[in-house]
Structures are given as C-alpha cells and as structure tokens.
Design a protein around this ligand. Structure first.
Ligand code: HEM
Length: 156
C-alpha cells in the first residue's frame, strides 16, 4: 500500500516539476528571445500575454499538485516533517519562495500587463512584461537548484 502511495505521488510530483520548470525553461530560453527579435511591441506583448495566460493555468495545476503530493509523501510515507532529510527541507523552502513569487506574478504584474495592453499603453505593458520575465528567470534558477538538491541531495 505504502509503495502504491509513493508510486502515484512521486509520479504526479515529477510531472508537475516537468510542467512548471520545463515550461519556464522553454518560455525564458527559447520563446522570449525569438519573439523579442521578430515581433514589434504591440503584437509581441499580446503574444507573450496570451502565452503566459495559457501557461499559468498549467502552473496552477502543477503548483497545487506539487504541494499536495509533496505533503502526501511527507505525511503518508515518511513520518512527518521531523523525519525528512535536509534535502527535502531545502526543497520545501525553495518551493515556498517559488510559489510566493508565482502568486505575486499572477496577481500583480500579470493583470497589470493585460490592463496596459487592453488600454494600448504598450510602454507600460513592456515594463510589466520585463518584470514578469526577470521573476520567471529567477524562479527558473531556483527551480533548477531545487531539482539538483532534490535528486542529488539524497546521496549526501
Ligand atoms: C518547484 C518545487 C519542487 C521541485 C522542483 C521538486 C522536485 C523534486 C524531485 C526532482 C523529487 C525526486 C527526488 C528523487 O526521487 O530522486 C522530489 C521528491 C520529493 N519532494 Fe519535491 N519538489 C518540489 C516541491 C516540493 C514540495 C512543495 C514538497 C513538500 C511539500 C516536496 C516534497 C518532496 C518529497 C517528500 C519528495 C520525496 C523525497 C524522497 O523520496 O527522498 N517537494 N521533489
């Protein structure tokens, strides 16, 4: 039974990691530089806003699943927070920072970006997008560090 819990929870946990970190990697490293190169500001901003809108829906699902499965493993398989190794404590803390930054993006600069686009204030929209981009870049870095610690950390 415990084995089954781990199998389901870990699989969902890793699928969520793929969606969130992989999505940020693609958006930051591949999509954004090309869009910035090829498209003029009004259309570029609209493309990025619509891409982010679709991506953020999946990030919500991934974030909820990450926390649910992570806590499920800690309390269903391990013996609670006191029993987990240091790499999981670090994963937990970095994930909390990443989640807080994501929630901030979603509720502050992202609605502002959409509002600025709808009122055709493209200069301001560009500033909001730049802010979102820098936070996503930072979250991507934290996400990669988290994966390194979560996977490699278990051997120390
Ligand atoms: C962006 C956030 C997160 C990332 C990138 C991440 C990544 C990972 C990875 C790659 C593993 C697999 C380790 C392995 O089996 O080799 C893992 C396992 C695990 N994660 Fe996360 N995780 C995140 C968030 C969380 C959160 C929020 C929690 C707790 C609430 C959590 C708890 C756990 C636990 C308990 C395991 C199993 C550890 C073990 O078997 O030793 N994770 N995570």
């Amino acid at each position: 039974m415990l084995q089954n819990i781990m199998a389901v929870a870990t699989t969902l946990h890793i699928l969520s990691v793929i969606v969130w970190i992989g999505g940020m990697f693609f958006a930051h490293m591949a999509l954004r530089p090309v869009v910035a190169n090829l498209l003029e500001p009004p259309i570029r901003l609209q493309v990025m806003a619509q891409v982010l809108e679709r991506f953020f829906l999946w990030v919500w699902i991934a974030v909820i699943l990450l926390w649910a499965t992570g806590l499920w493993i800690i309390f269903g398989f391990f013996d609670g927070m006191a029993s987990i190794r240091i790499s999981v404590h670090i994963m937990f803390s970095l994930a909390a920072i990443m989640t807080a930054l994501y929630i901030y993006i979603f509720f502050i600069p992202f609605p502002n970006l959409r509002l600025a686009i709808s009122t055709e204030n493209f200069k301001q929209a560009g500033q909001y997008l730049a802010k979102i981009r820098s936070i996503i870049g930072f979250n991507l870095l934290l996400g990669i560090i988290t994966v390194i610690i979560a996977t490699g950390g278990r051997y120390f």
